[in-house]
Design a protein around this ligand. Structure first.
Ligand SMILES: [Zn+2]
Length: 406
């Protein structure tokens, strides 16, 4: 078999296309495959499908999958057809090996997409010897194509969170389907308008803002406002994780203040107060016992933290509310400003906190995805643009079907 026929078969190239010439360059470690079409061939008009002969041609080159250590390139004279049907005009024909406007073959793009799910794009770029900007363009294309096919008609319970895009300056807001555990939408910013942008996208994908019954969020004012404006039937659940985080922050501040007054006594107490008693080592437990013999504010704040956690162990909303009420009256009278602040936050978000007993929604998996995004960001030393970050989030959590050629 001729090498030309062999490469033609391997590339899946069929009539009227044929491999005309295959050329190895040892010095350049390069394989060039030149493709042409049969004389007198006709092509389908990309607008209406009518057959038409080539009107003119233009030479183009595409990067293809490596052939062993050789970088492989396809080159072809690409025809434009002048359709017999008036109105179609002169158009470039559809090629079986590449999509319009790309400098890569479909198989090379499939490789890019596969690698992009496994490693940071700067690493993929180094591996393939291509600039990452070109790879981001490929990713953007496939993410957008896959998103066009998304159908959100069954989305009922959503969660939202923000993540920092670049050095904590730019933010993107991400919106998730809490039942399918997948990313639905991402947009720049973290204000209430992001929720509106989400509902617009939801409805563009056959979903309905009115059918959203639950929304899970942290206690950010912007998201609360956004949900109230754009998701009229959604009951808000405040993520338990965030509330406990607030309490932990307060406890940390109380401890730091007191440690500056009693440095010797409080030395090594930081991790003791971060953990629950059952998770302490023997040594840490002894430290906690010693500390509890002193009348420390930190000790009281610690008990209040455990008390707040206990609310979530109630087995019904009613019991949860009883526990939250008694926690609140304890906390608001505790004479520790930081904790009283948390108590006020609890009061202002009362129903959304208790909603958890009905919805059981928490942003745990969203936090995990956020952690992945941030870790890839660190390894990639950034994403250059927020659009790239959102596309990466879709690769990680979009559960998209890219319909890649194999
Ligand atoms: Zn036509």
């Amino acid at each position: 078999m001729d090498p030309e026929l062999l490469f033609g078969a391997a590339l899946g190239i069929t009539s009227p296309w044929k491999v005309e010439e295959v050329e190895f360059s040892k010095e350049d470690k390069r394989l060039d495959i030149r493709i042409s079409f049969e004389r007198g061939a006709t092509f389908a008009c990309p607008v209406c499908g009518a057959a038409a002969p080539a009107h003119d041609t233009k030479v183009k080159t595409w990067r293809h999958l490596n052939f062993f250590q050789h970088e492989a390139y396809l080159t072809a004279r690409v025809p434009r057809v002048k359709c017999p049907n008036a109105g179609c005009g002169v158009k470039q024909v559809t090629l079986p090996w590449a999509r319009p406007g790309s400098g890569f073959t479909l198989l090379f793009e499939a490789l890019v997409m596969t690698l992009a799910r496994e490693m940071p794009i700067n690493a993929v770029a180094a591996l393939l010897g291509e600039h990452d900007t070109l790879l981001w363009r490929v990713i953007d294309h496939y993410v957008q194509m896959a998103r066009e096919r998304n159908d959100f008609c069954e989305v009922r319970r959503v969660g939202m969170d923000e993540t920092s895009a670049r050095k904590g300056q730019d933010y993107v807001s991400l919106f998730f389907d809490m039942d399918q555990r997948r990313l639905l939408f991402g947009t720049e910013g973290k204000d209430h308008e992001t929720v509106k942008a989400f509902t617009k996208d939801l409805e563009a994908h056959n979903g309905s803002a009115e059918k959203i019954t639950n929304a899970s969020l942290d206690m950010s004012k912007a998201f609360i406002k956004g949900v109230n404006e754009a998701l009229p039937n959604a009951e808000i659940t405040f993520d338990p994780f965030h509330l406990i985080q607030h309490m932990n922050d307060a406890l940390g501040k109380v401890r730091a203040e007191e440690a500056s007054i009693f440095p010797d006594l409080m030395k090594g107490s930081r991790y003791v107060y971060l953990k629950n008693p059952e998770n302490l080592t023997k040594k840490q437990f002894e430290k906690l016992t010693t500390l509890s013999n002193h009348r420390l504010k930190t000790g009281r704040a610690y008990l209040l933290k455990l008390g707040l956690q206990d609310v979530y162990f109630a087995t019904s909303r009613e019991e949860g509310e009883r526990r939250l009420k008694s926690w609140y009256s304890w906390a608001i009278r505790c004479r520790i400003d930081q904790v009283k602040k948390v108590a006020k936050t609890v009061k202002n978000h009362w129903n959304g906190i208790l909603s958890w007993f009905d919805s059981k929604l928490s942003n745990g998996f969203i936090e995990a995805i956020n952690g992945l995004i941030q870790s890839v960001k660190r390894r990639a030393r950034g994403y250059r643009t927020t659009k790239n970050l959102i596309n990466m989030a879709f690769l990680i959590a979009g559960k998209l079907d890219f319909a890649l050629p194999t």
